[in-house]
Design a protein around this ligand. Structure first.
Ligand SMILES: Cc1cc2nc3c(=O)[nH]c(=O)nc-3n(C[C@H](O)[C@H](O)[C@H](O)COP(=O)(O)O)c2cc1C
Length: 339
């Protein structure tokens, strides 16, 4: 039986050469607080493309300055950011990988000295500022910032955009009843809590025809948080709106510890894939080729996302190919006998 991990995967008009995704990881490596790409970022992402990942996803990139997790975050809030981001996509494409970017807004989890905003005025913890509740103008401006970010991502040459709806950041703050206590049409029912994400997706679609992913936290580890029926509702709405893949993570909404064992979140990708009939990505302690292949062969997810494994080993796909007895289209150093 041939390996799925190394078979191509087509989403809309984009074909990945394999199903291995470098999961988004903030590198907190912007030095001058301007959100601009540094030489480090280009090397960091290019090296994983050399290592044969099918899709390189650039870290959560802030759509507004106030939406940064920290002042060290990459930004996409002004046109000046496009040049550096284009250097990343060109470097990644040069090695046959596709490039994605995760558009993010930290909301109440912004660790900044300036004012911060959220769905409701609830601090994440006593280490964080209490955010200002977004009024309608702020909501509209933020939706426009996601749209402008998508336009800039297009101009920078990205193939795929992912909206960061997980880990307790702004979109997640609207989705979760733990953080959204609003009395207006953005709060209350699951339908209302979904409204902000719905409007972000609609705005992004006006400027972006390519594949659009959403990352969600499919378990909030609190009985008063969203439950499976809520996630299935969100997934079915995303599908109706044309989202092509849901990247299934968990946690981060409130400060509770997330479990951690091999494949600890795969079950969410599996459930959403089966019940909402939408493609999913699995992430979380996927570290071996055999484990990744099992996930794909058993229809538990369509793509595997790896974060820390790629930090440790930019050549992880080669390691996985060796485990699975697969020969991969090798970069030149493999052909010269690199083992
Ligand atoms: C240093 C670091 C930075 C991260 N930054 C992001 C991020 O920008 N966006 C995101 O959705 N997840 C982020 N994550 C979470 C990873 O994408 C991934 O979901 C998580 O690490 C579990 O996968 P792993 O076990 O393969 O590392 C980050 C993780 C790490 C270790």
């Amino acid at each position: 039986m041939s390996n799925k991990l190394f078979s191509p995967y087509t989403i809309k008009d984009v074909t990945l050469k394999n199903r291995i995704v470098m999961s988004p990881m903030c590198m907190y490596s912007v030095e001058s607080e301007d959100g601009k790409v540094q030489p480090f970022h280009i090397t960091h992402y290019e090296s994983r493309a050399v290592g044969q990942a099918g899709l390189i996803m650039v870290e959560s990139t802030a759509v507004t300055p106030e939406g940064r997790i920290s002042t060290y975050d990459l930004g996409i809030w002004e046109d000046e950011h496009i040049t550096g981001l284009r250097q990343i996509t060109e470097a990644v494409h040069g090695h046959g990988a596709k490039a994605a970017i995760q558009l993010g807004h930290a909301g109440r989890k912004a660790n900044l000295p300036s004012k911060i905003y959220s769905a409701s005025p609830l601090a994440f913890s006593d280490q964080y500022q209490t955010p200002i509740e977004m009024d309608q103008d702020k909501i509209n401006d933020t939706i426009k910032a996601f749209q402008d970010g998508a336009q800039r991502a297009k101009e920078a040459g990205f193939d795929i955009i992912e909206m960061h709806g997980a880990h307790g950041y702004l979109i997640n703050q609207f989705l979760s009843p733990l953080t959204n206590k609003r009395k207006d049409e953005y709060g209350g029912s699951a339908e209302n809590r979904y409204r902000f994400l719905r409007e972000v997706i609609e705005a992004v679609k006006e400027v972006w025809n390519g594949p659009l992913f959403v990352r969600i936290s499919a378990n909030e580890y609190d009985e008063n948080g969203n439950h499976q029926e809520d996630f299935l509702y969100f997934a079915s709405e995303m599908k109706k709106q044309g989202i092509v893949l849901i990247d299934c993570s968990s946690g981060g909404v409130i400060p509770v510890k997330v479990p951690s064992y091999p494949g600890y979140q795969v079950t969410y990708a599996e459930q959403i894939r089966k019940e909402a009939e939408i493609a999913t990505g699995a992430v979380g302690l996927i570290t071996s080729g055999i484990q990744a292949e099992e996930i794909l062969q058993n229809g538990r997810a369509d793509l595997v996302f790896l974060a820390r494994a790629f930090l440790r080993n930019p050549y992880w796909p080669k390691q996985a190919a060796d485990e699975l007895g697969e020969t991969i289209e090798a970069p030149v150093q493999y052909k010269r006998g690199w083992r």
